[in-house]
Design a binder for this molecule. Structure first.
Ligand SMILES: [Zn+2]
Length: 306
């Protein structure tokens, strides 16, 4: 049986796993990402993690997939920019790892890898096309069309967190204004809580308060659902894709926003479109990225450059 390694680089934790060709995780490992370090130091850390994982399997590793946050140029194997790693600028990660590890490297955006994971072993195995939003500090996005990630002309389509939902809204790090992730993410909940005089609360704390009956905390999730519904309604109308998958930490609070979200999405859609729309919660949790990166590697066997 072929084995693959999947890597998921986050702003806080660098995760890796040995994954069998049928998608089972055989071994996992993680280390802190220490995002303040240079691109070269983090590349070395990824390499060490892969080498350590390789030692845990007697089978040869057929290919390695890396899910990296940010703008990835898959054609050139570059990480163009990454929100968590401000120092990164056109980092040739694919070549650097292939040269040292002597194995084919598959590189894609982390949200695309999470969507690949959910498509392979998670919640959407039955749907050939879906959009996925990972609701974390920001919003990651992926568009899967007929079982393939849609990368767009320049390679980095699917930045769903930057859908504009308030034309003259808050300024965003992307250079635009009023982007979805400023209104429907963990950071958005945190900001809204501060504005409401609730103090410095994490999204998790706000969820705890809402579950224990705090109306003010629940109203933040209502706002969150209002904006997320506007974004998802636009996406469904635009793409004609009716399966929407929500992942990321805030998706664990779906009990606090799902009914309002479904109402909002439905309100914005043509009735047949509304009837066909299903909003699902991702199933693989923190493992989606490593499983999806391994899956990407298994689908994209590329030979190592000389
Ligand atoms: Zn933006």
């Amino acid at each position: 049986m072929k084995h693959y390694i999947g890597i998921d680089l986050g702003g806080t934790v660098l995760k890796g796993a040995v994954v069998s060709e049928d998608g089972e995780i055989l071994q996992k490992a993680e280390v802190p990402s220490q995002a303040y370090r240079s691109a070269d130091a983090i590349r070395a850390e990824i390499q060490t993690l892969i080498e350590n994982l390789k030692k845990t399997t007697a089978e040869p590793v057929a290919a390695i997939g890396c899910g990296i946050p940010g703008i990835i140029d898959r054609r050139l194997g570059l990480v163009r920019r990454s929100p968590h790693f401000p120092e990164w600028n056109d980092v040739p990660l694919k070549d650097a790892l292939e040269r040292r590890l002597k194995a084919p490297i598959f590189l894609d955006n982390d949200a695309n890898c999470a969507a690949l994971g959910e498509a392979w072993k998670g919640t959407v195995r039955a749907s050939a096309s879906f959009v996925m939003l990972t609701l974390g500090t920001g919003i990651g996005g992926a568009i899967m069309i007929n079982r393939e990630i849609w990368h767009g002309d320049l390679g980095f389509a699917g930045e769903l967190g930057h859908l504009v939902i308030e034309a003259d809204g808050l300024p965003c790090a992307c250079g635009g204004r009023g982007c979805l992730e400023l209104y429907a993410s963990a950071s958005a909940l945190k900001r809204m809580a501060e504005q409401q005089g609730m103090g410095a609360l994490t999204a998790l704390k706000i969820a705890e308060q809402a579950r224990s009956g705090n109306q003010q905390a629940q109203s933040l999730f209502d706002h969150f659902a209002y904006y997320l519904g506007a974004g998802i309604g636009s996406l469904v109308s635009c793409l004609g894709i009716h399966t929407v998958v929500l992942g990321g930490a805030v998706s664990h609070s779906a009990d606090l926003f799902m009914s309002k979200l479904e109402e909002e999405v439905s309100r914005r859609l043509y009735p047949p479109s509304s009837a066909a729309t299903q909003i699902l919660i991702a199933k693989l949790g923190n493992d989606a990225g490593v499983i999806g990166a391994a899956y990407g590697a298994s689908l994209n066997p590329v030979s190592r450059k000389a």
